[in-house]
Design a protein around this ligand. Sequence first.
Ligand code: FEO
Ligand code: CA
Ligand code: CA
Ligand code: CA
Length: 626
Amino acid sequence: MSDTPSPDLDALIAVRLSRRGLIRGAGAAALAAGLGPVPTLAAEPSAFDFPELAATVDEHLHVAEGYEARVLLRWGDPLFPDVPAFDPTAQTPEAQEQRFGYNNDFVGFIPLEGDPNRGLLVVNHEYTNAELMFPGLGASDRKGVIAALSAEQVAIEMAAHGGSVVEIRYDNGRWAPVIGSNFTRRITANTPMTLTGPAAGHPRLATAADPEGRRVEGMINNCSGGVTPWGTWLSGEENIHYYFQGTLPEGHPETGNGKTMGMGSPQYTWGRFHERFDLSKNPNEPNRFGWVVEIDPFDPASTPRKRTALGRFKHEGAAGVTAGDGRYVVYLGDDERFQHVYRFVSAKAVGATRAANSTLLDSGTLSVARFEADGTGRWLPLTHGQGGLDAANGFSSQADVLIETRRAAKLLGGTPMDRPEDIEASPKTGRVYVMLTNNTKRTPEQVDAANPRAANAFGHVIEITPDGADHTAQTFRWEVLVRCGDPAKPEVKATFSPLTSSDGWFGMPDNCAFDASGRLWIATDGNNRRATGRADGIWAVETDGPRRGTSKHFLQVPVGAEMCGPCFTPDDRTFFVAVQHPGEPDEEGGLGSYEKPSTRWPDFSADMPPRPSVVAVTRKGGGRIG
Ligand code: FEO
Ligand code: CA
Ligand code: CA
Ligand code: CA
């Protein structure tokens, strides 16, 4: 893709919109001219029947009228028998290993066969906010907070990371965790895992503690993920650079790799107590993180596997779909400014059982997306020996390509995007939706058709249509579904349908989920009073028909929180959402504190800090959500 902006980008996009038979361009123009919505559009029935929720910011969680939102699992809740109720002033690492972890992000629901009222909830615990977890740390800067942490508090942080497997049951009109279930598991930053696939055992993954380069302790910063048709949980390691302190020895061969992954800006201080997080002592340790981890939630004794075939970068999610020929396709976003959209296609078809798929994700083709200005696109395979991924460019094997996926993707000409987050395929249409959260660093010179706004503060959503309706095809067509932000401000250049209300628009799309009927629900991260005059939450977005691009507000999180983990039960009667980091200040970059959080949701008790929680949303009186 050329680095120069297309002179007629808006015209080009308008042409593609009209090609779809939409009159949205005209509608937007009419709205901008103060003429109001186009009446023929307003008569079209909405795909969503809930009454829209007002968009505000306050200390509470709100859901559309007619729905109930019940807290299902809170940070600190006991998961095992005989664990006492949570007391934030009596935390220990051992106790945290028995309790629900911090900052729930991805949520997956895996039904237990034969009983619609039982299932396994798999939940990522992405990171910790020490200043909100522990009393007395004060609201100084991050450096001050982490310098004040004791070895024991660091161990609690490590135990609060990772993930949880929790059996839940629907009984007496509500979901509840099954304490004492044989499936219950906490995974932490210390859980033994194996590296599998083409990079496993490579010398660049070897450390003093693991000379074979195959065994890792723990997973960190697991953001979003996916659930496979064979019942495993895929979990993406994202901002792994925050955990490594110290500097590489002068002239160390991993210096460039470390720079590409952002090493040198630690947000944690684990390296003070654990040498593996100190780059000066363990230069290869970061290469053992930044992978997609596959976990079998049906066997708590199973060893999680870091699937190196899916590449190493700042993985957001790992939502997949089975292609027409039976191969498994995983769409992957690398959440950083100017990073890429990826796709993995397994070499073999999905087998009938979990056991038959135990190595499915170890061989296949990883590709990076290139978006052309004419609305076409192509998947460029990251295969050693092809396209310059060879020894001359520092790639001596497929392991090198996978360990340095970002560098390989740039070399091939993948399109640098505005922070790719969740990517999911519609189960109904097969079209694929890419959440691009924002990129305020994009300059006017760096604008391209797929990233059409400079200083993109509010993000956008791209729709990919695989050619031949085949998820393994090398080529696709694409268009921008919606540019986010306030449509009433012409300078924002948002493109929600004019039927979208002043509560209905949003900024910073992050996670997404489809319900069983193929309707798109988007969760956001970064809305606040100053940026958008609204808290983060869930918006339902129409993708088809004349109302395409219309968005409607369904749920709002408490101040300071972001919205994660949207996930439906297969019958669409329960919608699980994850409220992450409630109690942070209502602005970017600030620090809250245990003593003075911006909210004490969900307990609202003076002696309890805010608690990240998973919430189950149901319709009053039962029935399909929305
Ligand atoms: Fe953890 Fe990209 O959000
Ligand atoms: Ca995210
Ligand atoms: Ca998702
Ligand atoms: Ca996020």
